[in-house]
Design a protein around this ligand. Structure first.
Ligand code: NAD
Length: 295
């Protein structure tokens, strides 16, 4: 069993850290929010006063932070960058969704100092994080991937080696662009059906058994009251924030720009989530984009 330093215990990182504890690892945790730390400590995590303290003796470090600027500040640019404090043979696994370019840049800086740093963003939502069924998309060398896999297997079910450093983030940006299109389209169809007199639960079941079937209908229905245990039936609390989806669509647009890949659907979805965000809904789960259609 290993000593793991885990930084970032939010909606995703908290349950991921708990699954590592449940697998028998010693998990030293840090988050800026004491509430977030308490939830993991109640399940057997060990609180530390600083991020440096969490990682100093760790064999593996895992981070689950909101965006690239947080990852850069934590490891490279802050007052006490963790690259100055980790053990020589450490493997750092960053599971935050960030720019592929930032992941590649941080990995190169790590490599120049003899530190292993890989990107391993996830898909599967808070439900997948709790159940330990996340999909990991890993950008790493073969050797680093093999070293990381047993730890990722404590938190996920499908672990993919997407390619070298940054490749995990490229896969994640492609996936989330598609997810945003599917969620917006699902909201569009459900709203039109309801406005024309259909029961959202009946319409959802019809589309789920028909050619419109998709992940949102299967496990994340955006219409309140249709599905239990999802954010739409809990006032759109928890889950995956609109602010984070908007960030991810920005990452997709950067890739589209740098590779001249046409993304008309992704651009449209970004515009929709942007409008929803400026309407004051940035902190709600992304399935709340239904509200934009309901007016
Ligand atoms: P969150 O906002 O719930 O959690 C982020 C946590 O990081 C917070 O607890 C915050 O206090 C902490 N934090 C920020 N800066 C820190 C620092 N310097 N040191 C220590 N802690 C710090 O976000 P989340 O929903 O858990 O998402 C985390 C990442 O996972 C994001 O990149 C997101 O895009 C990605 N993601 C989220 C989901 C989802 O369904 N929520 C799914 C897949 C991927």
């Amino acid at each position: 069993m290993a000593t793991i330093g885990f930084i970032g215990l939010g909606n995703m990182g908290g349950p991921m850290a708990i699954n590592l504890v449940n697998a028998g690892h010693t998990v030293q945790v840090f988050d800026l929010s004491t509430d977030a730390v308490s939830k993991v400590v109640n399940e057997g995590g060990i609180a530390t006063a600083t991020a440096v303290e969490a990682v100093a003796e760790a064999d593996v470090v895992i981070s689950m932070l909101p965006a690239g600027k947080h990852v850069l500040a934590l490891y490279v640019e802050g007052d006490s960058p963790l690259f100055d404090h980790v053990k020589d043979d450490v493997l750092i696994i960053d599971s935050s969704t960030i720019e592929a370019s930032t992941a590649t840049q941080v990995a190169a800086q790590a490599q120049s100092r003899g530190i292993g740093f890989i990107d391993a963003p996830v898909s599967g939502g808070v439900g997948g994080a709790k159940a330990g069924t996340l999909a990991f998309m890993v950008g790493a060398s073969e050797e680093q991937f093999a070293k990381a896999k047993p730890f990722l297997a404590c938190m996920g079910k499908n672990i993919f080696h997407a390619g070298s450093h940054g490749a995990g983030q490229i896969a994640k940006a492609c996936n989330n662009m598609l997810l945003s299109v599917l969620m917006a389209g699902t909201c569009e169809a459900l709203n039109m059906g309801v406005k024309n007199g259909l029961d959202p639960a009946v319409l959802s079941e019809i589309m789920k058994q028909s050619s419109g079937n998709n992940w949102a209908l299967q496990v994340y229905n955006p219409y309140p009251g249709v599905m239990e245990g999802v954010p739409s039936s809990n006032g759109y609390q928890g889950g995956f924030q609109v602010d984070l989806m908007f960030k991810d669509l920005g990452l997709a647009m950067e890739l589209s720009q740098s590779s001249a890949s046409p993304t008309p659907m992704g651009s449209q979805a970004r515009a929709l989530f942007n409008m929803h965000k400026v309407n004051g809904h940035g902190g709600l789960d992304f399935s709340s984009v239904l509200k934009l259609y309901q007016g």
